[in-house]
Ligand binder design. Structure first.
Ligand SMILES: Cc1ncc(COP(=O)(O)O)c(C=O)c1O
Length: 442
């Protein structure tokens, strides 16, 4: 039942002549035969260059919270950009989006950026300036963007070299990162309360920040264990460390107030991108008055030509207005829960050990283990091959989650109950096909 992909292949071959590996982000390269070229999206669907339609559970890696080409967002952007897109000056839309954000997140001050990478990079500088310390803690398997400081212990290929859990080795996730940069980074296993406490108590005088994904949105939505985020909050307050909560994936997706509302804890700085603008490029750093006040001309540099650009802020204005006035995230949550329950039932019937994790707006699951992993190392020990085989069967049948199980299933407001039913039928057929092909032996 192979899909026709002639035009997609032609475009990919053309793209290879212009871009390394034919893509503009390494994560988009799936192989010579499999790499996608999408020509449009509509609601919860994407269409490839051969007009094959897929129910989209990748949603651009998370940003599309309402749906592709959502009319209320497109209309507001179209109206706003008729007058221009960038002015090197403040625009009223920036102010209204910041006011909405403050109301929704409970944080005091905001600065806009253009990508999650920029937001977390700026947050780190702000934390260093505030504390006058230089190092920071991040966790194995969390992803905070594409710059040197953040790219440690995130890639799958080198994961086996991370050393013992008691004495983790930080692994650069890319060539080209100066060796010395690693000296500024502590990489700890997620959910290891004792290691966290020990590291902070031993080294607090050097540590500017703890940067954390409040759930592992780049590792199958592994959840924080009870006490983990609370301990982090406690240690940061006690030792004057800045708690940077990276809400790039969770913000405006798992609750209007993001993971801080969901898990009942408070960041010093939080970073947002993705769902804030339903797929338009906008990101933000938000934080307490005290910490954000280090941003001053001549003191801490934070800015950029496109920060607060009109298309991004207009899109965010419409998206956040909908989130505030309609039960968007609750509706997505209810439908996501049905999808999770259906997947659970099908895997139980097929006798495939599994564990589902995460909030229904961005859930993940692992195969080959009945226990939900609590960190990166354990998640990598599950049957990722079988997971990938099932996802590839789904794609052939018109539903597209990411084949790599570290990426959650993202849902949007346009995933209707009927679409969930259709997805479950496709999932059932895909599991059956994998079993029949003998790929489900554990
Ligand atoms: C938690 C988290 N932080 C930061 C980033 C980087 O965001 P961007 O790709 O917009 O630079 C990502 C991207 O997936 C992310 O998931």
């Amino acid at each position: 039942m192979a899909l026709t992909r002639t035009r997609t292949q032609e475009l990919f071959q053309r793209a290879k002549k212009s871009f390394p590996y034919g893509v503009n982000s390494n994560f988009r390269y799936w192989g010579e035969e499999e790499t996608n070229v999408f020509v449009r999206g509509e609601k919860c669907y994407v269409f490839d260059a051969d007009e094959n339609r897929y129910i989209d559970y990748r949603l651009g890696f998370g940003p599309v919270i309402l749906g592709h080409g959502y009319p209320a967002v497109v209309d507001r952007v179209t109206h706003a950009i008729k007058d221009g897109t960038v002015y090197a000056a403040t625009h009223p839309l920036e102010i209204s989006v910041a006011e909405r954000m403050k109301r929704m997140t409970g944080l005091d001050k905001v600065r806009f950026a253009n990508s999650g990478t920029e937001a977390t990079m700026h947050a780190l500088r702000i934390a260093r300036a505030h504390t006058n310390r230089e190092k920071f803690i991040k966790f194995e398997g969390t992803y905070h963007g594409m710059y040197d400081y953040a790219l440690f212990s995130t890639t799958i290929g080198q994961a086996r070299s991370m050393g013992s859990r008691r004495s983790p080795i930080r692994i650069a996730s890319s060539s080209g990162i100066p060796y010395g940069v690693g000296e500024y980074v502590f990489t700890l296993p997620y959910n290891d309360l004792e290691m966290l406490r020990r590291t902070v108590q031993g080294r607090w005088g050097e540590i500017a920040a703890i940067m954390v994904e409040p759930l592992m949105g780049n590792n199958a939505s592994v959840m924080p264990e009870p006490g983990f985020l609370e301990l982090m909050r406690e240690l940061c307050s006690e030792y004057g460390i800045v708690l940077i909560v990276d809400e790039v994936k969770t913000g405006f997706r798992i609750a209007n107030g993001g993971a801080q509302q969901y898990f009942h804890f408070k960041a010093d700085l939080a970073t947002y991108a993705k769902s804030i603008a339903n797929g338009f490029p906008l990101a933000a750093i938000a934080g307490t008055d005290e910490i954000m006040s280090v941003i001053q001309p001549g003191r801490v540099a934070v800015g950029g030509t496109y920060c607060g650009n009109v298309p991004g802020t207009a899109a965010a204005d419409a998206t956040l207005e909908l989130l505030e006035t309609q039960p968007v995230l609750d509706t997505i949550g209810r439908r996501g829960r049905r999808l999770m329950e259906g997947i659970d039932k099908i895997l139980n019937e097929a006798n495939i050990p599994h564990a589902l994790m995460g909030p229904p707006q961005m859930f993940g699951f692992v195969l080959g283990s009945q226990h939900a992993p609590t960190n990166y190392r354990d998640a990598l020990d599950t049957n990722m091959k079988m997971y990938e085989s099932i996802m590839l069967e789904m794609i052939q049948r018109g539903a597209m989650p990411e084949p790599d199980n570290r990426e959650p299933w993202f849902l949007c407001y346009d995933h209707t109950d009927e679409v969930i039913d259709e997805t479950l039928n496709i999932f059932y057929d895909s599991v059956k096909a994998v079993i029949q092909k003998g790929k489900a032996s554990l």
